[in-house]
Design a protein around this ligand. Structure first.
Ligand code: FES
Length: 118
C-alpha cells in the first residue's frame, strides 16, 4: 500500500489506487475542498506535490489547469495513490468562506480517466 504523507499532518497507508482527494479526506482526515465533487471543474482540490508527483495526468486535469493558467499544483481528484506521495494541503475548508467542502467524490476518477503525460 502506498504511503501518503501530508506535510504537517502525518503519514498514512492508503489503499492502492485510491483517489487522492478521498485519501486526503478519509485517511488523513483533513478538510480538503472538492467543490465540484471531483469532476475536474473547480480546482479547489488542488495540492502541491513535495515528492512522488505522478508523471501522468488526466486530460481533464491538463485542460482545466491550462484553461486557468495554473502551474505548480495538481488536482487531487484526478490522481490515484499508485506510489508513495508527499503533498502540501493548500486548499481546505477552514478559512475558505465556503459552507462545506463539496459533494463527496465518487470512488473512481470522473470524468472517466484518459491519460496524458505531464
Ligand atoms: S476539480 Fe473540483 S474537486 Fe477536483
Amino acid at each position: 500500500m502506498p504511503t501518503l504523507t501530508v506535510e504537517g499532518i502525518g503519514q498514512y497507508e492508503v489503499a492502492q489506487n485510491k483517489r487522492l482527494v478521498l485519501a486526503l479526506e478519509q485517511d488523513a482526515g483533513i478538510d480538503q475542498l472538492h467543490a465540484c465533487g471531483g469532476h475536474a471543474r473547480c480546482t479547489t482540490c488542488r495540492v502541491e506535490f513535495l515528492d512522488g508527483e505522478p508523471d501522468r495526468m488526466t486530460v481533464a486535469e491538463r485542460d482545466v489547469l491550462a484553461a486557468r493558467g495554473l502551474s505548480g499544483i495538481r488536482l487531487s481528484c484526478q490522481i490515484v495513490c499508485d506510489r508513495d506521495m508527499t503533498v502540501r494541503a493548500i486548499s481546505r475548508l477552514a478559512g475558505s468562506g465556503r459552507k462545506d467542502a463539496g459533494h463527496v467524490p465518487a470512488a473512481e476518477i470522473e470524468p472517466p480517466a484518459a491519460w496524458a503525460d505531464v
